[in-house]
Design a protein around this ligand. Structure first.
Ligand code: GLU
Length: 549
């Protein structure tokens, strides 16, 4: 084995002697005592304060794998890139996860709160662990201090590009890989602050076979880059090194991450081999793509361009988390939709995820399909338990002050409205998609936002309501009013309409339409009799009178 540097120099390079030996860390974070086959997964977001809808994809897989195997689902915060950090960001992540029912078992549960025996769960608080492992690598010649300045690296990159070579610090470009102890000390005396680099023994012309959870064995060129493991500016680890130490000492069994990490797999396998640690199973999930409105090309969901890319927008727009979750789950696991059709009571928690069957190509985001899942979900709610009423009200209380003021204190009225056409389980209405749209859909029940057929003078010929404001319609309505009794049964009510239709020589449907438009301002509504029952006699009479004049 290559000779490393002395303990004194290691302490100088790392700014302090290491706190632990590897053996002590192994003991401090023992192999977990879990049943055979239990999977330990983690989500590892950066605290940017933004929860991307695309992140749901790996998060759902992580949660499912852990829960279906009796394992652990963990939240670890990857904050080594301090530039991207936003205060309160962990609360945002934890809040979003819990709305989706993706509650974590271990790790960060808030900005400054964590649970579990394998912490700390925030990388910036794990410096002692990274430095202890780095010290071991320095002592055994598997890592070295490097004094390349940013300008020098730029220069190297330029030379490499000009000569058509791969960029990076490898081979003869790894200038400092063989510095002597004296040379290192002299650089530090002169004010140099080193980064710590891996001393790579890989050969780019050789192949390494890496196991990938979905793809099986994948061949890559070996990694020969002396990648940075500890950064010079803040002494924090890079992603690669932090992942190695954390996934090992947190005893993670399955890593689910975006395909952008697939090219790093040979490096990661090399790091595990170097430590003689068993690597977790790496799974690189597909991305959620979308067809670009302008170009028509397929691309990743974009935080900048796509409103649905921000989970916070999904809340604000009134999407039910349960239906978004089902929609995304169906993108991940083909077959769920058919199973759900056969058994509507099925939830994603009953349906197992099989790693081998996960998709490797990107899934296409389809708004119509997300709406379909939303309609099905709302239709499945039990309004006899006020499930829709409560959800709509909670949404309004958070996101729509006008609607909240309108429905507050009118729980029964709202419930009766939302309960229309829900008595036959085979024919439950499916016109509600989001909470916001649900409220817009039922707006005509509320006098302050109801727009009648003859209000705002719909003179515009494209406004279909204009067709329902004529002397004939006034006559039909007056006629109806003369016979109206709110206690009428549905049959009796309908008979009255058919009689009026016969008298005016028009179709039954046209007579009912006159009434529908007068009461709702719309030509398309759920069952009119039920609407009138819910609106109540006083409102019905008032609206008909208004429309008839
Ligand atoms: N912080 C990394 C990311 O957001 C995590 C990748 C991983 O899960 O290992 O991409």
């Amino acid at each position: 084995m290559r000779k490393g540097i002395s303990p004194d120099l290691i302490a100088r390079v790392l700014g302090g002697a290491p706190k632990y030996t590897i053996a002590e860390l192994e003991e401090k974070f023992p192999v977990r005592n879990l049943p055979d086959g239990a999977m330990v997964t983690r989500i590892a977001p950066s605290p940017t304060g933004f929860f991307h809808t695309g992140n749901l994809y790996p998060n759902i897989i992580d949660k499912k794998l852990a829960s279906q195997s009796g394992g652990v689902y963990m939240l670890r915060v990857e904050d080594t890139d301090t530039k991207r950090e936003v205060p309160g960001a962990v609360d945002v992540i934890v809040g979003a996860l819990s709305k989706f029912g993706l509650n974590i078992d271990e790790g960060m549960i808030g900005d400054d709160r964590e649970i579990g025996a394998y912490g700390p769960y925030t990388q910036s608080r794990r410096k002692e662990i990274y430095h202890s492992v780095a010290a071991e690598l320095l002592a055994t010649g598997r890592a070295y201090p490097c004094f390349l300045a940013p300008e020098e690296m730029d220069e190297i990159r330029k030379v490499q590009s000009a000569e058509g070579l791969r960029t990076g610090i490898y081979g003869s470009f790894a200038r400092d890989r063989n510095l002597t102890e004296d040379e290192i000390a002299a650089r530090m005396d002169a004010g140099g602050v080193p980064s710590i680099r891996l001393y790579s023994t890989g050969d780019y012309n050789r192949k390494i076979y890496c196991k990938e959870g979905i793809r099986g064995s994948v061949a890559f060129p070996e990694n020969d880059e002396d990648i940075v493991i500890i950064k010079s500016n803040d002494g924090l680890p890079t992603y690669h090194f932090a992942m190695l130490c954390d996934d090992h000492f947190m005893r993670i069994t399955h890593v689910v991450r975006g395909t952008e990490w697939l090219p790093s797999l040979p490096l990661h396998v090399q790091l595990y081999n170097m430590m003689s640690w068993t690597p977790p199973i790496f799974i690189h999930n597909a991305t959620i793509d979308i067809l670009d409105d302008e170009t028509g090309n397929r691309r990743k969901l974009s935080k900048r361009k796509d409103r649905v890319a921000a989970v916070s927008n999904l809340w604000a727009d009134g999407w039910a988390p349960e239906s978004v979750l089902e929609y995304v789950f169906n993108l991940i696991v083909s077959g769920y939709e058919e199973a759900k059709m056969k058994n509507p009571a099925l939830t994603i928690w009953d349906y197992p995820v099989n790693i081998k069957k996960l998709s490797v190509s990107g899934a296409l985001f389809d708004m119509k399909k997300m709406e379909w899942w939303a309609r099905e979900f709302i239709a499945s709610l039990d309004e006899s338990k006020y499930e829709i009423t409560d959800r709509v009200t909670n949404w309004a209380s958070e996101f729509d002050a006008d609607w909240y003021a309108r429905i507050q204190g009118r729980r029964e009225y709202l419930h009766n409205i939302l309960n229309i056409e829900r008595d036959n389980p085979k024919r439950i209405r499916k016109d509600f998609v989001t909470w916001k749209q649900t409220l817009d859909e039922i707006a005509y029940f509320f006098d302050d936002v109801f727009v009648g057929a003859n209000e705002n003078s719909p003179t515009d010929a494209t406004d279909s309501r204009a067709n329902f404001h004529s002397p004939l319609h006034s006559d039909i309505l007056s006629e109806f009013l003369g016979t109206f009794d709110s206690a009428d049964s549905k049959d009796l009510w309908w008979n009255k309409i058919t009689e009026i239709a016969a008298r005016f020589g028009i179709k039954n449907g046209d007579a009912a339409m006159a009434l529908r438009v007068a009461l709702t301002g719309r030509t398309n509504t759920p069952d009119l009799y039920s609407i009138m029952q819910v609106m109540g006699e006083e409102r019905v009479i008032k609206r008909i009178k208004n429309a008839a004049t």
